[in-house]
Design a protein around this ligand. Structure first.
Ligand code: ADP
Ligand code: MG
Length: 833
């Protein structure tokens, strides 16, 4: 044989991987005919040769080209599952995992025992399973139990373009697992499938794959789609605009299915109801229509009745070890969430205006409309309906969330109505609170949605926004990993037992300094087990960067907030503090709670007005901060008081205007409290919190506990007032020293503690104007510090002076915590244990 071109990856793996068998599949003629129309069928040979010859292959193809349903079948027929190995396919969405396993089983004429699915808490996998669809979270769990994934012959990562955090982490892990398996002589094939061409993050990343994997492009037949932009962009009532658009299409345009993109379950149901009312279809509304809604009402009722009363605990004080919120062995499994999952929303969140009242919405002249909802949590039988032809004499109209964008291809769609929005998990960079919000989609998503109209014939896409608005959309949505605050990302990865986060091959890596700083914070919070402080500094630092997660960290990882706040929540089961902590965390997240009364006035009259309002506001602030012990919670008590008072008055615009609160901010806090309460209820199954905006004021004792909780969470934001003898020059008058900065910092003049000057305080953030100011300040009793912040109480001299590191957010150099404590001479009183 002549010399072969070097093929470092392919050559060695070729022999053991090339299956010699062909497993026959008995498909029905109808299925076979439908398959033959799929573009990927024409590429079967190319796809299979690439897979046989390479350990890692990337397949790109338009949605609907047959990737998800056909590639597993190719692999099965080629014998990849014949000798006991499993073909595993991961999906970021539950709905896709279930629906695709059913479809593939049907196409192949195989039972669910062989083609199965596994999503969190549910699945039909058996010993005979050969093709297994699962959510990415499920596979991550399996990697923790068996790093080599020895059960699997092939792993397909589907919908990689979505760049969900789990998908990215999976790709990073698999980039190491594949060579390891190869070394062991048990080769594993990795196939990454994506709907768009933007795969450079995977191919051009040499840290990820040492050899560039081949990219196979599957061209789909796509008919032209005419895109119509709205002249105006409705800001609030896009759901109503969808309704009007569907009515118009249905009345005026030729036959063809309609697909509407909305953001969440509640919206989908509400629009379905309106449309069914306007164009009634008798059989539909009894057999499969209204019952969807009734089901969800029933679910909501069950959910509500499952809430138990609050329990009364009488512990003496906040106990750092009291954070266990989960029944044993139920850990942090719920990681496979769906972005259109309303379970994370709350009662407060449900849209109220579904405009059921419109009598004029009835139309007798049109055909009946066969209206079907589609979203992630819809029962599988109901999901399957969208794939069946609409009853004769009706027009199909599917009202969907973004699951219909790339995960599921609905046949027969000619008109797409695109609201331009989706529900996305959003992270607040500063606080790390994550919540579901309605956001504009990316241009790539809008393009995908439009494409759904041109699958079988030329179609139309109606965008309910102007072309100017479209031009402002981001081109692609950024990978979730890069949007998440780093501390939170690390905590999540440690919860998955990925310890050396710094070395992790991220497809889109976060900055290394940020990773190191975040790790340090997590150690200080007690979320990671601190390694022993022995040996040389270098070894210490290395050990620090691969600390395992602690039990407290596991609990913290289940809360959808930044680690500092997660710790506060984890400790708040005690003394019934949870509702207050939730409120404080929500309020800290919302920027500019209070109206700006310091702004420069346009006229003298306005100046006088502002002055008067400011005086009144200061008075009110004092009331909210309370007296004596209450006041020591400081600005956080003001926030709590403001939210409490506002909710008691019904959160009206009037109340807010009178009291210097920003109405919008108060509504936002209410929304966040609802979301956090629901999230906490789902984690602390017996917490039994109500999603009731009103709450009783905390007792004096509770305020003390809250201060302790806040200290435990914001420990690295501790500051001590500089004593008279230390005030070297004027610069240090009334100044505080902090653990993170070398410069003097001051209590912000807007703080209720501005004049009090407590010896020890914790702050929410530092802002830099003329000086460095602490905002969100609350007072701390010195004797609490050793009890609640043991990692910060380093009394000895550090072994070596560690290098200062960058302090994120402030642009300043920060000092190592141990050395600062030593240098500024924290005088911590001895405590009796
Ligand atoms: P891709 O993954 O490339 O987006 P799919 O494999 O999901 O493509 O879909 C291929 C085809 O199979 C589409 O035309 C789709 O309509 C069809 N299909 C998928 N699921 C079902 C189902 N449950 N019933 C009928 N047709 C389906
Ligand atoms: Mg697919």
């Amino acid at each position: 044989a002549g010399p072969r071109a070097p093929e470092p990856q392919a050559a060695p793996s070729r022999a053991p991987c090339k299956p010699a068998v062909f497993i026959p599949v008995h498909r029905t003629p109808e299925i076979q005919e439908a398959r033959l129309k799929l573009p990927i069928l024409a590429e079967e040979q190319v796809v299979m040769e690439a897979i046989n010859d390479n350990p890692i292959v990337i397949i790109c193809g338009e949605t609907g080209s047959g990737k998800t349903t056909q590639v597993p079948q190719f692999l099965y027929e080629a014998g990849y599952a014949s000798s006991g190995g499993i073909i595993g396919i991961t999906e970021p969405r539950r709905v896709a995992a279930v629906s695709m396993s059913q479809r593939v089983a049907k196409e192949m004429n195989l039972s669910h025992r062989v083609v199965s699915y596994q999503i969190r808490y549910e699945g039909n996998v058996t010993d005979e399973t050969q093709i297994k669809f699962m959510t990415d979270g499920v596979l991550l769990k399996e990697i923790q139990k068996d790093f080599l994934l020895s059960k699997y012959k092939v792993i397909i990562i589907d919908e990689a373009h979505e760049r969900s955090m789990y998908t990215d982490i999976l790709i990073g892990l698999l980039s190491r697992i594949v060579p390891l398996r190869h070394k062991k002589g048990l080769p594993l094939k990795l196939i990454i499938m994506s709907a768009t061409l933007r795969v450079e993050d995977f191919t051009a990343n040499t840290r990820l794959f040492s050899v560039q994997p081949p990219v196979i492009q599957v061209d789909a037949r796509q008919f032209p789609v005419t895109v119509h932009f709205n002249k105006k962009t409705p800001l609030d009532d896009y759901s109503g605009e969808c309704f009007r658009k569907v009515c118009k299409i249905h009345r005026m345009l030729p036959a063809g299915g309609i697909l509407v993109f909305l953001t969440g379950q509640a919206e989908v149901h509400s629009l379905c109801r309106r449309l069914r009312k306007a164009f009634p279809y008798q059989k539909n509304s009894t057999a499969g229509g209204e019952d969807d809604r009734e089901d969800s009402v029933e679910e909501m009722r069950k959910f509500k009745s499952s809430r138990k009363r609050r329990r009364v605990l009488t512990l003496p004080k906040i106990d750092l070890n009291n954070y266990s919120v989960l029944p044993p062995d139920e850990g942090d499994e719920d990681r496979d969430f769906d972005s259109d999952d309303d379970a994370a929303g709350s009662d407060l969140d449900l849209d109220l205006g579904d405009g059921d009242s419109g009598e004029d919405e009835k139309s007798d002249s049109s055909l009946p409309l066969y209206v079907l909802p589609l979203y992630s949590l819809l029962a599988p039988e109901k999901q399957a309906k969208v794939f069946r032809p609409a009853p004769a004499g009706t027009r199909l109209c599917v009202v969907a969330t973004n699951v219909a964008e790339t995960s599921l291809t609905i046949p027969g769609i000619k008109y797409v109505v695109d609201s331009g929005r989706e529900k996305r998990r959003c992270y607040d960079r500063v606080t790390g609170v994550s919540s579901f919000r309605v956001c504009w989609v990316s241009q790539a998503s809008a393009q995908q949605r439009a494409g759904r109209a041109g699958r079988t014939e030329p179609g139309h896409c109606y965008r309910l926004y102007s072309s100017a608005v479209f031009m402002d959309f981001e081109k692609f949505s950024a990978p979730e990993i890069t949007k998440r605050p780093v501390e939170d990302l690390i905590l999540q990865m440690k919860a998955l037992n990925i310890e050396k986060v710094i070395n992790f091959p991220f497809p889109s890596p976060p900055p290394t300094e940020a990773l190191a700083a975040a790790e340090e914070l997590l150690i200080a919070l007690g979320a990671l087990k601190e390694p022993p402080m022995t040996g040389r500094l270098k070894q210490q630092l290395a050990a620090k960067l691969s600390c395992p997660i602690s039990p407290l960290g596991r609990v913290m990882a289940t809360f959808p907030v930044a680690p500092r706040y997660a710790k506060m929540l984890a400790l708040s089961r005690q003394q019934q503090c949870l509702p207050y902590t939730i409120t404080i965390v929500s309020a800290m997240t919302v920027r500019e709670l209070f109206e700006e009364l310091d702004r420069p006035a346009g006229s003298e009259e306005e100046a006088a007005q502002l002055k008067a309002r400011r005086a009144r506001f200061l008075q009110i602030q004092k009331v909210w901060a309370g007296q004596g012990p209450m006041q020591k919670l400081g600005d956080l008590m003001v926030m709590l008081g403001a939210v409490g008072a506002c909710e008691y008055s019904g959160c009206t615009r009037e109340f807010c205007e009178q009291n210097g609160l920003r109405h919008k901010a108060m509504l936002e806090i209410r929304r966040l409290r609802g979301q956090l309460t629901t999230a906490v209820n789902s984690v602390c199954r017996d917490a039994g919190l109500y999603v009731d905006p009103k709450m009783e004021p905390p007792t004096e004792a509770q305020v003390t506990y809250l201060r302790q909780i806040v200290l435990a969470g914001l420990g690295d934001h501790l500051a001590r007032r500089v004593q008279a003898e230390e005030q070297l020059d004027d610069k240090w008058k009334n100044a505080y020293k902090t653990a993170l900065l070398e410069d003097p910092v001051f209590i912000h003049p807007s703080s209720v503690l501005f004049k009090e000057l407590p010896e020890f305080v914790v702050y929410q953030e530092i802002v830099e104007t003329t000086k460095l100011y602490m905002k969100g300040v609350s007072a701390v009793e010195p004797e609490w510090i050793p009890a609640l912040l043991p990692p910060y109480c380093h009394f000895g001299k550090p072994l070596e002076d560690p290098p200062p590191s960058y302090c994120p957010g402030t642009g300043r150099v920060r000092c190592h915590r141990a050395s600062v404590f030593y240098r500024v001479g924290w005088q911590l009183p001895a405590v009796e244990v």
